[in-house]
Design a binder for this molecule. Structure first.
Ligand code: ADP
Length: 251
């Protein structure tokens, strides 16, 4: 546990100046890699993530094929220069293995893998800059890149975190809030309200969990419209009509 005492609230606001229910700015761009079947670039506050999707393609090694569905191979990694303080080695480590696994399991809840038996779909998520919330930014980037690749998904999904800082439940923690706050609560959820990923560090009461989930559900609307705008920018309004982006959770 870090002993450093950090004031996370000042005059009823977060140190970044954001309100408790305010997200950092999110920008999504599709089709940023020429060689990939689908790709995206996400800036979420100071997080920067690039995602490439390849496939459906032949399974290597062959014996890993599934005769009834595609297998998803997810790879989350951070570049060595992704943050000021921590410059780890490149290559797989405990964190990248865990995050690749939880993101894969979340994506398995929406990708129509049954349409592509005996194939694999590769999803590479590279964090270029990290400022807390990289797993949900990577998840959002993966959904955007899958849409760009035209891989059918059952429902649009987004990732978003809430947490607790200075005794208040807030949405979308930045790194200081993540490091020195009381709880971090990342969630991935579909447009229709199914939860695909839910993790928590720290301590929240049952009421605070409900409040955090309420904020997450409410603010997922912002991310759904950012995704819609990104698809519209690269494709057309017609494509967007086919995909349902409106949030059914709170209506
Ligand atoms: P998330 O990025 O999903 O919030 P964590 O809560 O584990 O994941 O990490 C919070 C933040 O701490 C990261 O976004 C990043 O800024 C920093 N961090 C954690 N581990 C590392 C690491 N190995 N290398 C660089 N930064 C890291």
């Amino acid at each position: 546990m870090d002993e450093k005492k950090v004031e996370l609230l000042k005059d009823g606001k977060r140190i970044s100046g954001r309100a408790f229910d305010e997200l950092r700015e999110v920008k999504i761009k599709l089709g940023v890699l020429d060689e990939a079947d689908g790709s995206s670039y996400i800036e979420w506050g100071n997080n920067k993530v690039i995602v490439g999707v390849y496939g459906p393609k032949e399974v290597i090694p062959r014996h890993m094929e599934n005769p009834s569905k595609a297998i998803l191979k997810c790879n989350y990694s951070m570049v060595t220069f992704c943050s000021k303080e921590e410059h780890g080695k490149m290559g797989p480590n405990r964190r990248s293995v865990e995050l690749s696994k939880v993101i894969r399991e979340a994506l398995e809840g929406i990708v129509e893998t049954n349409l592509f038996p005996r194939t694999q779909i590769e999803i590479y998520m590279v964090v270029l800059e990290a400022d807390a919330g990289t797993r949900i930014a990577s998840f959002l980037g993966a959904v955007a890149a899958l849409l760009d690749a035209g891989i059918p998904i059952k429902d649009i999904a987004v990732g978003i975190a809430a947490g607790k800082v200075g005794g208040k439940v807030v949405v979308d923690l930045d790194k200081d809030e993540d490091n020195f706050g009381e709880a971090d609560f990342p969630v991935a959820l579909t447009r229709t309200g199914d939860i695909l990923l839910l993790q928590m560090d720290g301590k929240l009461t049952k009421e605070e969990v409900e409040e955090a989930l309420g904020l997450i559900f409410e603010k997922s609307e912002v991310l759904l419209s950012k995704l819609r705008e990104a698809v519209e920018e690269k494709y057309s309004k017609e494509v967007v009509k086919e995909l349902k982006f409106s949030n059914k959770i709170i209506k």
